[in-house]
Ligand binder design. Structure first.
Ligand code: MG
Length: 257
């Protein structure tokens, strides 16, 4: 807080800038957060996601709790900034929110052990693993259902000041609580997840890992406001629009206030 307003006061430099000092903190000028338009706080080469990593969520969709870790990818082109519009593609009739803890990788990571896995993490943020549930089921694999443009809102900031073992996560739609979970209920711990993924593919600085969603997933509708909140990581807010349509003027006014 500064002068009664929220301002950005600290910037974690991306790993590739550690020694380059592209931005010098002393030269940065604080601006009110309300005047800032935030971009996605990550620039990943890939977004790796864990499916069914909370028991109650696996059950609610009629699935077994997996014996092994289940991973899939979302393309970097699906990234969406805080306050950005999630576009519902016309080919889907069921678009779900999935509030998730996102992990941002800080160092090149290949074949990490459980013990060293968290040392590769740069920080944490909120994400929404937006899913075209009907296409995910009908396709039999998940690339299309998870991969549309705007299907990966991330933010509002990356923090290295939280510990991932027991973070509260809540998802709200139009202010109504829909998901309430805690990362202590992961089926597979974060070190296990990073060890597993890095045994398959090299994780690069800036890559993002979505860690799965708790129970309570559900459909979003046109003009909905969707918020994912995680303790210590703020709230990621996005709005839902139908492909080829503008938002209602009422919602447009609310956003621009
Ligand atoms: Mg998910």
């Amino acid at each position: 807080m500064q002068g009664g307003e929220h301002v950005i006061v600290r910037r974690i430099p991306p790993p590739e800038e550690e020694h380059a000092c592209v931005f010098r903190e002393a030269e940065m000028q604080a601006i009110p957060l309300t005047e800032a338009r935030l971009l996605p706080p990550v620039n990943p080469s890939k977004i790796v996601c864990v499916g069914r990593n909370y028991r109650e969520h696996a059950k609610e969709l009629g699935n077994e709790v997996p014996a092994d870790i289940l991973i899939f990818l979302k393309p970097p082109s699906s990234l969406l900034a805080p306050e950005g519009r999630i576009v519902m593609p016309k080919v889907s009739h069921r678009i779900d929110y999935e509030g998730e803890l996102a992990v941002v990788i800080g160092r090149k990571c290949r074949n990490a052990t459980d013990n060293e896995a968290l040392s590769f993490v740069r920080g944490y943020t909120c994400a929404n693993d937006v899913t075209a549930r009907d296409l995910q089921k009908s396709d039999g694999q998940w690339t299309r259902g998870k991969g549309f443009d705007t299907f990966c809102p991330v933010g509002p900031f990356v923090s290295d000041e939280v510990s991932p073992e027991a973070l509260d996560l809540e998802t709200r739609v139009n202010g109504e609580l829909r998901q309430k979970g805690n990362t202590r209920d992961f089926v597979f711990s974060l070190p296990t997840v990073i060890r597993y993924i890095s045994s398959v593919m090299t994780l690069l600085p800036g890559d993002v890992v979505l860690t799965g969603t708790p129970a309570g997933v559900g459909a979003m509708q046109e003009d909905d406001r969707v918020e994912v909140s995680i303790s210590g990581l703020g709230t990621l807010t996005n709005f839902v629009v139908a492909e080829g349509r503008w938002m209602s003027s009422e919602l447009e006014r609310a956003i621009s206030r």
